[in-house]
Write a protein that binds this ligand. Structure first.
Ligand code: ATP
Length: 357
């Protein structure tokens, strides 16, 4: 069962194609994110779903029914904007009641609905507070309550955490996920921040230059990227360019630019002997010492302590800087800047993708 279906959606602005034949289905009650860099077309896509922008071609269906001829205020979707757009002159209760009043609902019902939704977002009894008295996190919850009181089939969220400071953003990621779970409503969330998308979503579509590169669960995208763009955009990776020496049984031997050869999984079926590729290896797959099938030499350049994501930076003999993420925390690896080391990883943790040169 899908709440939202987009089929071959295209949006052109003159000769420029901002959204280029995008198709996806969002299962009912799930948290779906569209993740991509600035300018890739995320907002344009969301504006088409909300009805603020007409597609050049394609279809949008909500609960199986095309909404292309339905005006924005009649679509069963609501949108939370980055700047929340709460009315500063109204108190919390009036902000939430506004949409119900516009719909012409009667006063007695409105009071009950406002109280119930405030309860559900964890701010019971705050009807008479002024918006200016709320913290950043409370404003977020009121903005969501104001949409949810209208019981949309799909809630659209356009980078709603973008304006918050880091600490609050971290907390709100978890709260948003909990709110979605509690309301059991379909959330469509757009962001350029991969950590937000990975943490909150059931499924993520990675968008690049108007197109979807891959749709999958956070685990699938992280562990099994299908394109070099996804491998580079989702999570941290070391990446080295090089040329294919040989290819056999899904594995590719690559001569790294600057020196050294490594073997990695072939990430796409365009890889051919002599072709240009980029090899991606995640820092946490690399450790100091030998004992695994890919071993390269280098010199420790620095130690970056950052709690669980601490890193050792190693300058490889071929000149590349490599981030090593394993065994930094438990004290089992003690290295110092200037020390000669070997770094190693399993071939199964390297992935090569074709690049154009
Ligand atoms: P950001 O994260 O920076 O908001 P985005 O991924 O949401 O980026 P969009 O705002 O959808 O990207 O813009 C995609 C492209 O379409 C951009 O190159 C933008 O300049 C262009 N674009 C968007 N709206 C219009 C418009 N009304 N007229 C012309 N070009 C537009």
């Amino acid at each position: 069962m899908h709440d939202l279906q987009c089929e071959s959606l295209v949006k052109r602005f003159g000769a420029y194609t901002a959204v280029n034949s995008v198709s996806f289905n969002v299962p009912r009650g799930s948290f779906f994110s569209i993740l991509g860099p600035s300018g890739c077309g995320k907002t344009t896509l969301m504006r088409m779903i909300a009805g603020f922008e007409a597609p050049s071609s394609g279809d949008i269906r909500i609960k199986g029914k095309s909404v292309l001829s339905t005006p924005p205020n009649k679509r069963p979707v609501k949108m939370v904007f980055q700047h929340l757009a709460l009315f500063p002159m109204m108190n919390v209760g009036e902000n939430i009641a506004y949409g119900l009043r516009c719909r012409g609902e009667n006063k007695a019902d409105i009071g009950g609905k406002v109280a119930r939704v405030l309860d559900r977002v964890g701010l019971p009894g705050t009807e008479h507070k002024q918006v200016s008295q709320l913290s950043g996190g409370q404003k977020q919850r009121i903005a969501i309550a104001r949409c949810m009181v209208l019981e949309p089939d799909v809630l659209l969220l356009d980078e709603p955490l973008g304006a918050l400071d880091l600490k609050l953003r971290e907390r709100m990621k978890i709260e948003l996920k909990q709110l979605q779970h509690q309301f059991e409503t379909t959330f469509l969330y757009i962001t350029h921040d991969q950590s937000e998308a990975l943490l909150m979503s059931d499924n993520v579509a990675v968008m690049n230059a108007g197109q979807f590169e891959q749709i999958g669960s956070p685990q699938e995208l992280y562990n099994n990227p299908k394109t070099g763009f996804v491998a580079g955009f989702v999570g941290d990776s070391n990446r080295w360019s090089g040329r294919v020496v040989s290819l056999s049984e899904g594995k590719v031997r690559v001569a790294i630019d600057g020196g050294g050869e490594v073997t990695a999984l072939a990430g796409d079926n365009r890889i051919a002997a002599g072709g240009s590729v980029e090899v991606f290896v995640r820092p946490e797959a690399i450790s100091i010492g030998g004992g695994r099938d890919e071993v390269l030499g280098g010199t420790v350049e620095s130690l970056l302590f950052n709690g669980a994501s601490s890193r050792i930076l190693v300058r490889m003999d071929n000149g590349h800087l490599v981030e090593v993420g394993q065994a930094v925390m438990d004290g089992s690896v003690t290295v110092s800047p200037g020390e000669k080391v070997q770094i190693c990883w399993s071939q199964l943790h390297g992935r090569a993708f074709t690049t154009a040169r």
